[in-house]
Design a protein around this ligand. Structure first.
Ligand SMILES: CC(C)(COP(=O)(O)OP(=O)(O)OC[C@H]1O[C@@H](n2cnc3c(N)ncnc32)[C@H](O)[C@@H]1OP(=O)(O)O)[C@@H](O)C(=O)NCCC(=O)NCCS
Length: 196
């Protein structure tokens, strides 16, 4: 170990070799976060092999289409990740015009919650999106996912849509959050200055 070696979890852009770590966190993240919110058989059906195939392809996409960042615990590997893609302007209804980004995935293992990793992942992502060009930023959360909704509100997300749909055979209600642009999200997730 030297002075440069991180000792706690840190965030960096995802690389091709992260596909397996991301796939595992994707499945475990679903099972932990959605217990009691989605039918247990839907959670039991989640497959690392299936997610691994998807993430292997996603991480090969050319730059400028998809952005993925991982949270790495040096002792454990990938413990969280976030991803964004370009979205159709109408993602949250006809009121939103112009280019847009959507954030379909944000998962941190339960063992690593409330340590600032969600904020840190979103900040890294938002800075990359701001560099990629203009566009509002939007995402959907299960309406019953209270920790996630508290997080989105804490980082400045505005609730601007509620939608009922079927997911994996279950009827669910989704809450849509939006930021005017990626710079706004970057500002709201910026590292806090320690109090003096
Ligand atoms: C949503 C999620 C990414 C937040 O990540 P996190 O690393 O725990 O959040 P942070 O530590 O960065 O928290 C930032 C702020 O968000 C708010 N917040 C986060 N979790 C919260 C909770 N459970 N209850 C209330 N507020 C919360 C707080 O204001 C917090 O600041 P504070 O810790 O100084 O009070 C995380 O809970 C998660 O991955 N959950 C499981 C998967 C999931 O539900 N993903 C979302 C799918 S839509």
């Amino acid at each position: 170990m030297n002075a440069q070696t991180p000792i706690g979890p840190y965030v960096r852009p995802a690389m091709a070799d992260d596909a397996e770590g991301i796939a595992k966190v994707h499945v475990r993240g679903w099972q932990e976060a959605y217990a009691g919110l989605l039918p247990q058989e839907v959670l039991d059906r989640q497959s690392v092999a299936y997610r691994l195939r998807l993430w292997t392809d996603y991480l090969k996409e050319p730059p400028g289409q998809r952005w993925t960042f991982v949270a790495i615990d040096p002792a454990l590997g990938v413990v969280g990740f976030v991803g964004a893609t370009r979205a159709k302007p109408a993602i949250h209804g006809p009121a939103i015009h112009g280019p847009a980004f959507k954030i379909p995935v944000l998962y941190i293992l339960q063992s690593h919650l409330r340590r600032g990793l969600g904020r840190h992942l979103m900040h890294a992502l938002a800075r990359a999106l701001a560099e990629a060009g203009p566009g509002s930023v939007a995402l959907w959360s299960l309406a019953g996912n209270r920790p996630a909704r508290a997080f989105y509100q804490a980082v400045g997300g505005r609730l601007n849509a509620v939608l009922a749909e079927r997911q994996g055979g279950a009827r669910v209600t989704l809450a849509g959050y939006r930021w005017r642009n990626a710079a706004e999200l970057a500002e709201r997730t910026a590292p806090r200055q320690p109090a003096t």
